[in-house]
Each structure stands twice: as C-alpha cells, then as structure tokens.
Design a protein around this ligand. Structure first.
Ligand code: ATP
Ligand code: TZP
Ligand code: MG
Ligand code: MG
Length: 267
C-alpha cells in the first residue's frame, strides 16, 4: 500500500467530514466524539430504539460498541445495523470485553450472526472469543498476548466473512486473503481508556469516504498510530493525562510528511 494513498484517504475524511453514527459505551462517548472531530469527521451518538435506525440511515457509517451493553442498547444496535445493511452503509463492530462474561460473548456473536458487519476491531482475546476460542481476557483488556495473532486474524476473517483488525503492540488487518501488519502506535495508548474504541470509530470515519475497506482500515490504523507517536514525543515525560490531550491535537495535524516519515506497514 503506497504511503501517498494513505494521506489522500485522510484528506478525503477532512474534506467530506463523514457523519459517523456511534452506538457506543458510556466510558468513551466524549473521547470518541472529540477524537472524530479532531480527525475531521462528524460524530453523532444516538442510542434510543426510537431513533437509532433513522440516524443510521443518514450516516456515512455506523459503529457498534458493546463496552457497556444493556438490553436496550443491544436492541438499538440491531435496529440501526439492519437499517445500515439495507442502505449498504458500512457497519464497524467493536466487541469490547467479549469473553469476559457470557452476556458479552453471546451478544457479540449475535451481532455477527444477525448483521452484515464490514469490519470487526478488537484485541486478540476479544476476536478469539467472538469466533469461539476461549482466550483469557481481563475485563475489557487483552489478557495473554502470545500466540499467532496473524493466524487468528485470518481464521476469524474467514469464519466471520469480514475484515478483521486485531490491535496490540502491532496491528493486523486482514480480509482472509491479504494481510497487513502495522507497527505504528505507542504504549501510552494503553494508559488512556477508550483508545481502542476511538480507533474503531476512526476506522468508521475512513469507511465513510473510502469504498476499498482494506485501504480504509490500513490508513486509519496507521495514521492513528502516527498521531500517537507524535503525541508521545511531546508528552512522554509528563504522562497519560497530557498524552490524551496531545493525541487529540496530533490527530488533527497528521500531514503527508508525517506519513512518509513514520508509516510502518508490511504486507
Ligand atoms: P485493550 O483493552 O486490550 O488495550 P483496546 O481495545 O484498548 O484493547 P488496543 O489493542 O490497546 O485496543 O489498541 C488501541 C491502540 O493502541 C491501537 O492503535 C494499537 O496499535 C495501540 N497499542 C496498543 N498496545 C500498544 C503497544 N504496546 N505499543 C504501541 N501501540 C499499542
Ligand atoms: N469498561 C467498559 S467499556 C470501557 C471500560 C473501561 C472502555 C474500554 O475502552 P478501550 O478502548 O477498549 O480501552
Ligand atoms: Mg485499551
Ligand atoms: Mg477495546
């Protein structure tokens, strides 16, 4: 994937300001909205069963996140997902904490069964649990991180029939046939809650402007990691609080030169 195409995809987000409908968790709602705005997208959160489908229909993409799920929001996710599927609007899914409790695992599997999901993004344990492998998970955080992540991602893409993005120290993006490994990012991302959730929504923003969903996913993951590396350079002495704010600044500033200098993508 050519580095100059990544910046073109980012520029499309900044120009088109795609409306990203998020049905997400209560922990990360504000951070997600601010992160999408910094990137150049237009966020909206709409959870009520009375309006979720209507909002999905006018969005450029729909992001579903089960971080603090309850029966009402799950109903809204299904209604919104069906509406998006009818209109051909991409649906991106973050199975937060799948494997931690039976309710989360069963709901994640139900969403994959009942909706046409374009891209699923999670840590290795979450993706493994969605496809029925019992990887240890600690609440919403990845448990053990050994094991072949690329193999897991490819198997999951085949079983789930969608693009799979597994994040961690390195990120794997695959449709089961072509696989990319992105090595951008910084450990400080793991010290701020919601950085995985925001990445899922950032992928949503890119799918709102780029029909090639592999291109959209790789661009989103790499550019997100580059913003984090640049933010860490400025705040590593201070810590996660300063990093969180600087990360939003850097998401708004990623330039073509940054991508040429920092992007680390292997096929
Ligand atoms: P978890 O709850 O297990 O942290 P998550 O849903 O928060 O999962 P992460 O896997 O932490 O999601 O991914 C969020 C972002 O952090 C991604 O951009 C990823 O590349 C980055 N990231 C995670 N761990 C590291 C690391 N050790 N070094 C560099 N970047 C990392
Ligand atoms: N608890 C339920 S959802 C959530 C927590 C802490 C946020 C998880 O965010 P992320 O992006 O997976 O770290
Ligand atoms: Mg995290
Ligand atoms: Mg997560």
């Amino acid at each position: 994937m050519l580095k100059n195409t990544l910046f073109e995809t980012l520029q499309k987000v900044r120009d088109a300001k795609p409306l990203v409908h998020n049905i997400t968790n209560v922990v990360v709602t504000n951070f997600t909205a601010n992160g999408l705005l910094a990137l150049g997208a237009s966020p909206v959160m709409a959870n009520a069963v009375e309006e979720a489908a209507d909002m999905a229909r006018i969005a450029s993409s729909l992001v579903l996140n089960i971080g603090t799920l309850n029966p009402q929001t799950v109903d809204s996710m299904i209604l919104a997902g069906e509406a998006a599927n009818e209109q051909g609007i991409p649906v991106i899914f973050d199975p937060v904490g799948a494997g931690a409790t039976p309710y989360r695992t069963e709901t994640a599997q139900r969403i994959m069964r009942e909706l046409k999901i374009s891209i699923i993004r999670g840590n290795a344990a979450e993706i493994a649990n969605v496809v029925g492998e019992k990887w240890e998970i600690k609440g919403v955080d990845a448990g053990r991180t050994n094991g072949n992540i690329a193999d897991l991602a490819i198997t999951a893409a085949e079983k789930l029939n969608c693009i799979v993005v597994i994040t961690g120290k390195e990120d794997v993006i695959t449709n089961g046939r072509t696989t990319y490994v992105v090595a951008n990012g910084h450990p400080l991302l793991t010290k701020v809650t919601g950085t995985g959730c925001l990445l899922t929504s950032v992928i949503g923003a890119f799918t709102g402007v780029e029909k090639d969903l592999m291109q959209a996913s790789v661009a989103a993951v790499s550019i997100y990691g580059i913003a984090a590396e640049k933010a860490a350079e400025l705040t590593v002495e201070s810590g996660p609080g300063s990093f969180q704010i600087e990360f939003l600044n850097q998401l708004s500033k990623v330039a073509s030169d940054d991508i040429n200098l920092y992007a680390s993508i292997k096929k």
